[in-house]
Design a protein. Structure first.
Length: 285
């Protein structure tokens, strides 16, 4: 099965359903590996140009992950749901206990603890090619109005747009929108394919990008069970520089700069630029 066929099969599967790794990148370099569509402050519209990288085995480049969206220390963050790895999920336990009461108020509260499907795709940011491959994370949209729904027709009509020689760059058009409460956020209006062309004019550089071994969870670190347990208990995890781990805010013995976006790496955390990025439907605001 080719890449285009893999994407088509994945899309149809999700549409029907809707009706770890070692730390290989430094903290400084990690920030360069996030691709974000958030418009700069003071900007009302814009464009991004990307090239989705092919997978080595011809599978779909869109990796499916489940993430919790929840407030930690007053900020909306996205936390990897360990249930998809067959591990204990403290936030899911809270959700299940709330659902079990039978109260409508608890059922509504339980929605804030459920995990949601996201896609992560590896790409080249044409405006910042010097950064090498990056990762773009976006939400699955149950109304078929999301990012993948805009990209899918391109695969269907143009074939494998990740092909190193005959693939296509994508132009993402952006605009600033206000939510119901007046908060501004960036929306993706369209995704338009460019003419067929090579990944890079230098075959060696193209091959370097394709062979790049960095994977998504080298960048989007998974949180430990202890971290998720603290969040589930309503506590605020803080990095303890002496203990080299997260502890409840009131138990910190020594602090360091940075906030909670690392997992079990044993090094001070860096902020995920996409952590509070509103997307698609189900905005948590």
């Amino acid at each position: 099965m080719g890449t285009a066929d893999s994407v088509l099969a994945q899309y149809e599967k999700n549409k029907q359903a809707a009706s770890g790794s070692s730390n290989k990148v430094s903290q400084e370099d990690r920030l360069k590996k996030y691709f974000t569509t958030v418009l700069p402050k003071g900007t009302k519209d814009g464009e991004r140009r990307i090239r989705i990288l092919p997978t080595k085995d011809g599978s779909s480049p869109f990796v499916e992950v489940y993430l919790h969206e929840i407030q930690v220390d007053g900020k909306w963050v996205k936390l990897y749901d360990p249930a998809q790895d067959g591990k204990r999920s403290p936030l899911n336990e809270v959700k299940d206990s709330l659902m079990a009461t039978g109260l409508e108020s608890d059922r509504e509260l339980a929605r804030t603890y459920r995990s949601r499907k996201y896609y992560i795709v590896k790409l080249i940011d044409r405006e910042n090619e010097q950064d090498g491959p990056k990762f773009w994370r976006f939400k699955h949209n149950t109304k078929s109005e999301g990012v993948l729904d805009k990209i899918f027709p391109i695969f269907r009509n143009k074939g494998d747009i990740t092909d190193p020689e005959k693939g296509r760059d994508l132009i993402i058009t952006l605009s600033l929108t206000k939510s119901g409460n007046g908060k501004e956020y960036t929306t993706i209006n369209s995704v338009i394919p460019e003419d067929m062309g090579p990944l890079h004019t230098d075959p060696a550089k193209a091959q370097e990008w394709i062979e790049d071994e960095l994977i998504w969870n080298d960048v989007y670190a998974k949180k430990s069970e202890e971290y998720l347990e603290m969040v589930a208990n309503g506590e605020t995890p803080k990095w303890d520089n002496n203990l080299k781990k997260f502890v409840p805010e009131g138990q910190v013995t020594s602090t360091t700069t940075g906030e909670a976006s690392m997992g079990n790496t044993g090094t001070p955390p860096t902020e995920d630029p996409q952590a509070g990025e509103p997307e698609d439907d189900d905005l948590p605001f």
